[in-house]
Design a protein around this ligand. Structure first.
Ligand SMILES: *Cc1c(COP(=O)(O)O)cnc(C)c1O
Length: 411
């Protein structure tokens, strides 16, 4: 995505706007598919990263399945054309009724709690094949909020509770067809995956009817130059080999699944914002932009680094700026960044914003969520309209205008 194209998109659709390059999503998908050599892998896209229907359809066309974490996501996946059996539903802390709803829709359920497993057994017994989410308690590194495999994590059933799982499975004659682990985002070490895999291979001894193993995700991408990234090809080779050895021992060919989110869509996306103010203070120069933590919360929430460039003046002389949002919070996109000299009205690109950007956006300060644009074969298309004030007040009830309120008050 060159600056000229991005500038013309900002001109045509206004800012703030999320722009995604479809070709990057497809190339990341193929890179991951091919990393495993002879070993076939099934990729279930973790749609919480970016759930626009066009992105879902792109990945469906590539042959991906979906990883959904809410019943709403399950419905969005079905709406995008995925078959129920291509969708894995990995809920955490949801009401059992939601799991029953997902079963009725025909999607694969991934259970991450002993009491839910027992409830599932009581209701469905051997009728509905199911997957179990194991917490292998390996340290995945990364930010504390996105590391979910550690001992205190709320996710998964502890690997130390295998005997207990086994008793529930035997009692209710549960049909366990998959084992799953997801140790969190930002894994930089192939050995973390291998350790987790080894633990799952051992656990497999308890479950003779497995059809697949799902090693989750956590593939890290580069946010700035020189960043550690997950060595995908190394993981592919090592896991591919170890999985084939495991299948031999297990006595059957199982499917190997992963659930990448960030890896597939992060680098495809850029958030375009406009400079509202250039503010010189005693200590720094702020660029205040027409966006904030309401549109891209990762820098504030995870301390994530997102590269920022002035696409209106790409060749300009670099100056140090702190780029901040317009929300009444300290919503800093980046401190002391060398950025080409900027003036009011310039368009800045905040890169690597495809994953957990729009999907985590909100209406704080009664601000509107941005538009989304998809670049397909080099041509930009609007795939989500910018919100209007009507979207902000749509469900609000003004009591002074409410007949229900008037009726109650005169009772
Ligand atoms: C969020 C999530 C993923 C995707 O994680 P990324 O770091 O975006 O690749 C995969 N599986 C589950 C169960 C998740 O919750």
């Amino acid at each position: 995505m060159n600056s000229r194209l991005l500038e013309s998109i900002a001109g045509e659709y206004g800012t703030p706007v999320y722009v995604y390059d479809e070709s990057k999503i497809i190339s990341q998908y193929n890179r991951l598919k091919n990393a495993f050599g002879k070993q076939e892998v099934k990729l279930h896209y973790a749609m919480k990263a970016l759930s626009n229907i066009n992105v879902l359809k792109t990945l469906k066309d590539q042959g991906a399945g979906l990883d959904a974490v809410s019943i709403e996501e399950v419905y969005l996946g079905l709406r995008a054309g995925f078959e129920p059996e291509e969708i894995m539903y990995t809920p955490n802390g949801v009401a059992f009724s939601e799991i029953e709803e997902a079963v009725a829709l025909g999607v694969m359920i991934n259970i991450d709690n002993l009491s839910v497993l027992e409830h599932f057994g009581m209701v469905f017994g051997s009728l509905v094949p199911v997957c179990i989410r194991i917490n292998p308690h390996i340290l995945a590194g990364g930010h504390a909020n996105i590391s979910v495999g550690h001992i205190d994590s709320k996710f998964g059933i502890s690997i130390h509770q295998l005997r207990h799982i086994q008793r529930i499975v035997e009692h209710y004659k549960l049909h366990i067809v998959g084992l799953h682990m997801h140790t969190g985002s930002d894994i930089v070490d192939a050995d973390v995956f291998l350790q987790g895999a080894d633990l799952l291979y051992q656990a497999a001894g308890y479950f003779p009817e497995l059809k697949f193993m799902d090693f989750g995700s956590g593939f890290k991408v580069a946010y700035k130059e020189g960043d550690f990234v997950t060595p995908i090809e190394e993981i592919g080779t090592k896991i591919g080999e170890s999985f084939q050895n495991f299948c031999k021992e297990y006595g059957r060919e199982l499917e190997l699944w992963f659930e990448p989110g960030k890896f597939l869509v992060s680098e495809s996306g850029v958030l375009l914002v406009s400079v509202n103010v250039v503010k010189q203070t005693t200590s720094t120069v702020f660029l205040g932009v027409n966006s904030g933590q309401n549109h891209l919360i990762r820098p504030m929430f995870y301390n994530a680094y997102h590269r920022i460039e002035n696409i209106s003046n790409p060749a300009g002389q670099k100056k140090l700026y702190s780029v901040v949002g317009y929300i009444c919070e300290t919503d800093t996109f980046g401190y002391d960044r060398p950025i080409s000299e900027a003036k009011v009205g310039d368009v800045l690109g905040i890169y690597n914003a495809g994953a957990y950007g729009f999907s985590m956006s909100n209406q704080y300060n009664s601000r509107l969520r941005p538009a989304e644009v998809y670049i397909r074969d080099g041509v930009p298309h609007l795939i989500r309209k910018r919100e209007t004030l009507d979207d902000v007040i749509r469900n609000e009830v003004d009591l002074t205008l409410s007949p229900a309120y008037a009726a109650k008050m005169t009772e």
